[in-house]
Write a protein that binds this ligand. Sequence first.
Ligand code: NAD
Ligand code: LMR
Length: 315
Amino acid sequence: MVKVAVLAAGGIGQPLSLLLKSHPQVTELSLYDIVNSPGVAADLSHICTKAKVTGYKGQENLDAALAGCEIVVIPAGIPRKPGMTRDDLFNINAGIVKGLAEAIAKNCPKAFTCIISNPVNSTVPICAEVFKKAGTYDPKRLFGVTLLDIVRSSTFVSQCKGTNPQETKVTVIGGHSGVTIVPLLSQVKGLTFTQEEVEALTHRIQFGGDEVVKAKDGAGSATLSMAYAAARFVDSLIEGAFLKKQVVECAYVESPLAVDDGCAFFASAIELGPSGAEKILPIGPLSDYEQGLYKACVEQLKVNIAKGVNFVNQA
Ligand code: NAD
Ligand code: LMR
């Protein structure tokens, strides 16, 4: 029913493709990279699920990889090493995402585009600017995938409180890096936290990515948990956009929520539907502590957004 492209067959792209190959609604999976993708696609193609997998290698095959795709997921680009911030990836990944966005605008302008490549705070605005230039931009169809922050929140909160992580729902707003990640623990249904717990959990959720980067010790950043989170996001998108079910997930989208504070893009809970980001849900009441987190978030996020916008417009 749905044709999905995964643009990069690296640390995230491979397990993500494995999960999507098993998705009952994915009938075609297009796997693109500048290296390795035909081998990965051949391997996946032996799995006895209905999705037809094709590998495309090299820039000259990018148009073919994207033809007819309804969902495009982008995990292309370099990951962090210990000591780096996500913004340190900008110089390389901005150009990679820009090039891929240009190809999406040309080959599948109506596709739902889901960006994983860091720094997400800037790569999503880059993609939006490219689509605007091409005349194909629909803000409801462009998402920064921040779901790993929600997945981590469910895990860390459930470890703290002894709850089932699958039933422990935490809304995370803002962006996807350090202090721009704002978990709303005061809104978690049925749980209360001491201030000490709030501060420890908030720090762990904001810097969960660094935990993995440190543990991998130079071999990259989160790949398996990210693939899980991205597959869940694609599944929710399919449920909302193609199966017309009511689904709420958090994602980083063009949003009115923090525009007054200089941020045209902001992550929050959104309702997914046939047009994509059907409805951006309100932030809701914040505790005093969360109001402080919000202020720190928007100060950094607006700089990250402007950097992405300027990258495209000054080029
Ligand atoms: P990786 O190095 O394992 O794989 C990246 C792949 O991108 C490689 O296979 C490489 O060949 C490919 N690539 C490079 N240029 C390309 C291009 N122009 N077109 C297509 N493919 C290209 O890295 P990874 O661990 O998979 O991480 C990928 C990105 O995802 C990084 O930027 C990382 O920071 C980011 N990430 C984001 C989140 C999130 O929550 N949004 C989580 C984890 C990682
Ligand atoms: C994450 O949150 O794990 C990713 O953004 C990768 C990283 O650089 O930490």
